[in-house]
Design a protein around this ligand. Structure first.
Ligand SMILES: Nc1ncnc2c1ncn2[C@@H]1O[C@H](COP(=O)(O)OP(=O)(O)OP(=O)(O)O)[C@@H](O)[C@H]1O
Ligand SMILES: [Mg+2]
Length: 272
């Protein structure tokens, strides 16, 4: 079934990293409109939050279920400590990094105990704010250039336990800023200041920007997103080797079609 599936099979066999697959498509129905779907709580679905936040807009969808799988892999790792700083990246643009970072952050924040800080580390195209219905006036860029204090920039979102640091104005020097010591100190500071908090970083594509490879050194784990039919197998392999297999928390295979299989079969095949 093509390169992506081959790569998936191989990773499954080698048990190198855990994988989650997300079918692509329009977000399911708006919250509460689909028969059988539990209506999303009014308090968290507000005007401006993107319907692409499937963990809210379609909480019983396969997508949302897959984010729960990813979340449990974070909360209950088979080896090592629970990772606190997690970077979401992919080889190329448009593979679904922002989609995954935002949905994962919300999914974690909807848990009983988990607090989350979601950070837009894409200073070239800072768009993460749109997923949560915020504007992108000032954020990480302004902090890294010393213009604003962190406490002025972190927003407590309408989703309880989820804070957001948007990217701010697009930077003419994103690589330098994100690879700077100030960025490293920023991560250490938020880790120290918010010890009970998961910090999810929405990063740039690793094959075309240098900063992601530097950022990789500053985080505990990496989630690597692969859009079906987009990244050649060799590129995925090279990227994983570059980061080091131990750094990879999981691969999200995005845009994977289920070919009309009932959900339980799909689940059994891949996770059973
Ligand atoms: N599984 C999915 N289901 C529905 N829509 C998706 C899915 N994955 C990605 N998309 C949509 O595809 C588009 C590209 O995704 P996204 O912006 O998350 O990619 P990206 O990797 O962050 O891109 P960039 O490298 O430009 O930052 C967006 O409109 C996003 O909402
Ligand atoms: Mg993005």
């Amino acid at each position: 079934m093509g390169k992506i599936s081959d790569a998936f099979e191989r990773h499954q066999k080698e048990k190198v990293v855990k994988t989650v697959q997300l079918p692509i498509g329009k977000p399911e129905k708006p919250p509460g409109k689909e028969p059988g779907l539990a209506p999303a709580p009014e308090s968290i679905i507000q005007k401006g939050i993107s319907p692409k936040l499937v963990v809210l807009s379609a909480p019983e969808s396969i997508d949302a279920e897959n984010f729960k799988v990813l979340k449990s892999q974070i909360l209950f790792p088979k080896e090592g400590e629970v990772p606190r700083t997690i970077m979401v990246t992919s080889a190329f643009p448009g593979e679904g990094k922002t989609f995954v970072a935002a949905n994962l952050a919300v999914s974690l924040a909807l848990g009983i105990n988990e607090y989350v800080l979601l950070v837009d580390c894409d200073l070239r195209k800072p768009h993460l704010n749109r997923m949560l219905g915020y504007s992108n006036t000032e954020g990480l860029h302004e902090y890294l250039t010393g213009k604003r204090e962190l406490s002025d920039l972190i927003v407590h979102t309408r989703i309880k336990k989820l804070s957001l640091l948007v990217g701010g104005r697009p930077s003419p020097h994103p690589g330098e800023l994100l690879a700077s010591t100030r960025m490293k100190d920023f991560l250490q500071e938020v880790k120290d200041r918010y010890q009970d908090r998961f910090i999810i970083l929405d990063a740039t594509p690793s094959q075309i920007t240098a900063e992601t490879n530097v950022l990789a050194n500053y985080v505990d784990k990496i989630i690597f997103v692969v859009m079906a039919q987009k990244s050649p197998r060799e590129t995925i392999q090279k990227s994983i080797e570059n980061f080091g297999k131990k750094k990879i928390l999981g691969i999200v295979f995005n845009g994977y079609r289920q070919a009309h299989k009932p959900y339980h079969k799909y689940y059994k095949k891949h996770y059973g």
